[in-house]
Design a protein around this ligand. Structure first.
Ligand SMILES: [Zn+2]
Length: 96
């Protein structure tokens, strides 16, 4: 891990992106999901040589992020389909 601005290796780990996010908000069933979010969160570094702050996402973090994106799109798709179907049924019911 190097500083993107000056290539110095004298960098300091500052913490995770959404470290506060994990378990509580999601509950026990969604624990793997929360873990995915935790893995996909970028890690923040501060360079001691030039003072630049940078965010770095690990290789597995990128994969986790991709999985999350696909999951989000799938859920959104199902939700949209349900809402669409629901309004259709309602409309059909009312106009009968
Ligand atoms: Zn630097």
């Amino acid at each position: 891990m190097k500083c993107p601005s000056c290539n110095s290796t004298d960098i300091q780990f500052r913490g995770m992106g959404y470290a506060w996010y994990p378990t509580g908000a999601f509950g026990v069933i969604a624990l793997p999901f929360a873990k995915l979010i935790q893995i996909s969160s970028p890690r923040y570094y501060h360079c001691n040589a030039c003072g630049a702050d940078s965010a770095h996402r690990t290789g597995s973090g990128k994969i986790a992020f991709a999985i999350l994106a696909i999951l989000a799109l799938t859920v959104l798709g199902i939700f949209t389909a349900l809402v669409y179907h629901g309004t259709y049924l309602l409309h059909h019911h009312l106009t009968r």
